[in-house]
Ligand binder design. Structure first.
Ligand code: OGA
Ligand code: MN
Length: 295
């Protein structure tokens, strides 16, 4: 029997799901209801969860195969607090102490403060991310989400027609450089070459279109760098207006899953020298490269 309840936060963006225990195996009817809500709302908040790493990963796997975290290319950045199935989204070192000011892991994490969607810089990007809160901070440290379907809907037709078929090049090193973090080794750079993705996605489950952009975006194929960057900046500013945003204030035990195909997100500031913030993220792979899927 299905008992959980869905409380929309906005009409069709972000919903909270109560009375469900994600540590248990869900019936296939419940899985379908969760997925339906996910396609509709794009961000789902599940409060009060108690999840082992395996249970967290099992839940994420309902949406597709798990993407390996980026430790593979940044051995020095992340000392492995968790295994390759989840990303360490914390300000802690391997002994659970607050990271030193100059730590590479800290620098890398700071890039999450820029609007982005996870793994757009990989050839095969991420479909969904499921972030689970183990330790939260008393003030700040929220995560903001932008609905890029609503942002697409609100564009004038002239812009929609202009951008509909464009392709964008993305690189993780581009967003890292924006926060002044540039000292990557050749090996690290070679492991994550730039990716190409469509600028506008069709989301089959909702039959909606979405802007597919992030701070990782470097240039638009076939446009001068100047023109491409100006257009990307304009679209980012458009998509992150307050009417498209849900801001999540974390509680211990929150599991938030979002659709990376049609949202952007960013972390917000907190006193990271004073407070511990500990989250881990399981990330689900998309079905392929968006340019290859679209043509
Ligand atoms: C992430 C992310 C932001 C935050 O986990 O992918 O960008 O608030 N997190 O920690
Ligand atoms: Mn992220």
């Amino acid at each position: 029997m299905t008992r959980f309840t869905i409380h929309p936060i906005h009409t069709d963006f972000a919903a909270e799901i109560f009375d469900i225990d994600l540590s248990k195996k869900q019936s296939s009817a419940d899985v379908n209801l969760i997925k339906e809500a996910f396609w509709k709302y794009a961000v789902l908040v599940f409060p009060d969860q108690k999840l082992s790493l395996d249970q967290h990963v099992d839940f994420a796997t309902l949406f597709g195969p798990i993407e390996m975290n980026v430790n593979t290319y940044q051995e020095e950045v992340k000392k492995h607090r968790f295994d390759y199935r989840v990303s360490d989204i914390s300000n802690l070192d391997e002994e659970d102490n607050i990271l030193a000011e100059n730590s590479r892991k800290r620098m890398s994490g700071l890039a999450n403060r820029l609007w982005h969607t996870d793994s757009i810089f990989r050839h095969q990007p991420a479909l969904a991310s499921a972030l689970y809160a183990l330790t939260v901070v008393p003030i700040g440290g929220k995560t903001e989400f932008a609905d890029t379907r609503a942002a697409w809907d609100a564009l004038p037709d002239i812009t929609k027609n202009k951008i509909d078929k464009l392709i964008v090049e993305h690189s993780i090193f581009h967003s890292r450089a924006k926060i002044g973090f540039t000292n990557f080794t050749e090996k690290e750079k070679a492991a994550l070459p730039p990716s190409r993705q469509v600028l506008v996605r069709n989301i089959p489950e909702s039959h909606r279109k979405a802007l597919y952009i992030a701070s990782h975006a470097m240039r638009i194929i076939g446009m001068s760098d100047l023109e491409g960057v100006a257009l990307l900046d304009e679209l980012m500013a458009h998509a992150t207006q307050p009417q498209f945003i849900y801001s999540h204030r974390w509680r211990v035990g929150d599991l938030v899953i979002w659709d990376n195909r049609c949202t952007m997100h960013r972390g917000t500031d907190y006193d990271e020298k004073r407070f511990k913030r500990d989250m881990r993220r399981a990330t689900v792979s998309d079905i392929g490269n968006t340019v290859e899927l679209a043509y």
